[in-house]
Ligand binder design. Structure first.
Ligand SMILES: Nc1ncnc2c1ncn2[C@@H]1O[C@H](COP(=O)(O)OP(=O)(O)OP(=O)(O)O)[C@@H](O)[C@H]1O
Ligand SMILES: [Mg+2]
Length: 487
């Protein structure tokens, strides 16, 4: 039996998981990551803690699994989160600025004023927003003395989390094309860093990593894995699409984790959205052209449930939200918009902030719990509608994964509100699995069409009248209007 492993360095936790060649999970270890929320809008991670969590997860698995049996390793990671370190010493120069962080709004407003760069930014496939890496890099250069010094001494590396982990593992400064496509610096047409944008913001190209295909040799040997090669790197959402075996044009998946991310494989076509979606790279196999995707990104999904737990103290653990929500028969006309970091797809409104509307003297905490869960479904539905408009086809099936899939109330409501069948695969941790699978596919030179498709473990079918659906959605649309233009 062959085995492959995957590091999944996420926003809230790190995992190391081993699967066998029949795609069964055989070992895993997971550790939570500390969130540094020191000012409104600030979200940081400590890079050394991230690296230590990876080491600890790998060591945890090695207690129960003989690591010499591994054929290959894949890495998948929270995307866009950006950090800087010294090339000569590997010393990080500031905490990592997480994708949800909104401190760079002023920088984004400034970037918008360079109208002569509009065509260049269009080539990145992304709107100008705090979400992506560029404004975080500019912030680090302008605000951190250590970064300025390292820059003047030609001893600086910028990178996303994949690059940081690869540097720690191998001493080389590399990234993969999917992670590069989230920086607002990557030209999807010419497949390289965009020199005009770099020049405009005084970012020397040598501070950025070398970009490689997602399925290629990142390391023949490394500090943690010895001679087991690292042969795949993918951003977490792209890894999830790969794990769902979304290799065909038109495959769509939605992951319900910290945020919600819907990706649709568009094959070799770079589809430009007119409806608030992003254009991004799905994956690239060495010596082949990249496969592209349309993406809808929602910043807050499962994280709103954590907010109910940690900030309001309404529940003890995330899974308790379902029981609390089921204590009432419906939302009691309460709507919750989790615009904590503004709104991402399809609205791209950085001035929006979170709101609860429709409260009456009758409302209780169960209505709020229900409104939180429903907000995830409404936001996903908005992504589906945008996707349908962009690709000109109605989806009738949605593949799902992520921690919130355990929430039956949410999955059924999603199926009802979006009028489609929802399918969860019988694979655990699709994100980690996708990265591991990609690494194994690469070393085995497997054709993607020869990979058996996954059986679903659970389906949800739609069961709601059109009148109810329309009522819920029109109320949601009103709630969104209340959340917008707050700042
Ligand atoms: N039964 C549940 N009902 C509702 N939400 C849940 C449930 N179980 C987990 N969650 C939420 O799902 C999220 C965890 O899902 P998952 O492990 O897929 O996250 P993730 O996105 O992979 O994390 P990371 O951002 O670290 O990658 C948490 O935000 C948690 O609040
Ligand atoms: Mg994840």
């Amino acid at each position: 039996m062959d085995y492959f492993g995957a590091i999944d360095q996420g926003t809230t936790s790190t995992r190391f998981i081993v699967y066998d060649e029949e795609h069964k999970q055989v070992a895993q270890h997971q550790i939570e990551i500390k969130q540094y929320l020191n000012q409104p809008g600030y979200v940081e991670h400590n890079p050394e803690e991230i690296w230590k969590s990876v080491v600890e997860c790998v060591n945890g698995v090695s207690k129960n699994f003989d690591m010499s049996l591994l054929s290959s390793i894949g890495i998948t990671n929270q995307r866009e989160t950006t950090l800087a370190w010294r090339k000569s010493t590997g010393e990080h120069l500031h905490n990592a600025i997480v994708w949800q962080d909104t401190r760079t709004q002023d920088i984004c407003d400034e970037i918008q004023t360079f109208t002569e760069l509009k065509d260049e930014f269009d080539k990145t496939g992304l709107p100008i927003a705090t979400y992506f890496s560029l404004s975080k890099i500019i912030w680090l250069i302008r605000n951190v003395d250590e970064v300025k010094h390292a820059l003047s001494e030609d001893d600086l590396c910028f990178g996303t989390i994949d690059s940081w982990l690869l540097f720690k593992l191998t001493g080389k400064h590399q990234t993969d094309i999917t992670n590069a496509s989230r920086t607002l610096l990557y030209d999807l047409h010419n497949l390289e860093w965009n020199k005009l944008i770099l020049e405009q913001f005084d970012i020397p190209e040598h501070t950025l990593p070398t970009i490689k295909p997602s399925l290629s040799t990142f390391a023949k040997e490394s500090s943690l894995f010895g001679n087991v090669p690292i042969t795949a790197v993918l951003g977490d959402q792209q890894a999830s699409l790969f794990g769902h075996k979304g290799f065909n044009q038109g495959s769509v998946k939605n992951t319900y984790g910290t945020g919600c991310f819907m990706l649709c494989n568009t094959g070799d076509k770079l589809v430009v959205s007119n409806n608030g979606l992003l254009t991004t790279v799905a994956y690239q196999i060495e010596n082949q052209s990249p496969v592209f995707a349309l993406e809808g990104s929602v910043a807050f999904a499962g994280a709103s449930v954590q907010w109910l737990r940690d900030n309001l103290g309404l529940i003890k653990k995330s899974s308790d939200v379902e029981k609390l929500a089921l204590e009432v028969k419906d939302n009691g006309d309460v709507y919750f918009v989790p615009a904590f970091s503004g709104l991402f797809s399809p609205h791209w409104d950085s001035s929006a902030r979170g709101t609860v509307v429709g409260l009456s003297r009758y409302s209780n905490k169960s209505h709020i719990a229900r409104a939180v869960l429903e907000s995830v479904a409404y936001q996903t539905d908005e992504l589906l509608r945008s996707l349908e408009l962009d690709v000109g086809e109605k989806e009738n099936k949605l593949l799902v994964d992520g921690g919130m899939v355990d929430n039956n109330l949410l999955m059924q409501f999603q199926s009802d509100i979006s009028s489609l069948q929802i399918q969860a695969p019988n694979i655990k941790e699709v994100t980690a699995f996708g990265a591991g699978l990609a690494s194994y596919v690469y070393i085995k030179k497997t054709e993607l069409k020869d990979i058996p498709s996954t059986k679903s473990s659970q389906n949800w079918n739609t069961n709601m009248s059109i009148e109810s659906r329309n009522m819920y959605i029109s109320k949601w649309n009103k709630a969104i209007e209340k959340a917008r233009n707050w700042i």
